[in-house]
Design a protein around this ligand. Structure first.
Ligand code: AMP
Length: 173
């Protein structure tokens, strides 16, 4: 599927969840098996020849394509979740939002020192979420080999916060 066709499955919703934000709604893409398959293959493509031990999906929309991406790359899938959802010993990271802060958590044993980790989320906006997840991987001794997004909002320059490894987005806006 061409990128232009894939883009027809992403709907712009102006002023959601608040005024001035153009929300990228991936629901039409999720509803199409054809578009999902194409999107997953395009997410995996740049990393197919690389060693990826873990795909790290960020709650919650990062789970949707993170899991099939891990399948394609024959990698483990690990969740980064909002606070209070994961059991056991955790790595915790507070990060800044536009208003206030939020906390992400990761099971400490899920990433081993030396693991090669590919981070995935649906949308790269300011990059604050990705930066927090990268810091958590590094705290575990993991090596971030790349970051992968379905959608990148270029004008927010979130990739500046994604470290020095490859930043891959399927669709750019
Ligand atoms: P950020 O930390 O600013 O890069 O924001 C990334 C997170 O916010 C992602 O998990 C997205 O799901 C969500 N997000 C931010 N901006 C948008 C947008 N315009 N449309 C849809 N989701 C967004």
């Amino acid at each position: 599927m061409q990128l232009a066709e894939l883009k027809t499955y992403i709907h712009d919703v102006p002023d959601f969840p608040k005024k001035g934000i153009i929300f990228k709604d991936i629901s039409p893409l999720l509803a199409s098996a054809k578009a999902r398959t194409a999107a997953t293959a395009l997410l995996a493509k740049p990393f197919e020849k690389e060693q990826v031990d873990v795909v790290l999906g960020i709650e919650s929309r990062g789970f949707l394509f993170g899991l099939p991406l891990a399948d394609l790359l024959h990698a483990r899938f690990v969740m980064v979740r909002k606070s209070g959802k994961l059991p056991g010993k955790l790595i915790t990271k507070e990060y800044a939002l536009e208003y206030g802060t939020d906390t992400l958590e990761l099971q400490a044993a899920a990433i081993k020192p030396g693991d090669k980790v590919l981070l995935h989320d649906d949308v790269l906006a300011t990059g604050g979420t990705a930066a927090a997840a990268i810091a958590m991987v590094e705290q575990c001794g993991g090596i971030v080999v790349g970051t992968s997004f379905l959608i990148e909002l270029d004008f927010l320059n979130g990739r500046a916060h994604c470290g020095s490894t490859q930043v891959h987005a399927v669709l750019n806006y």
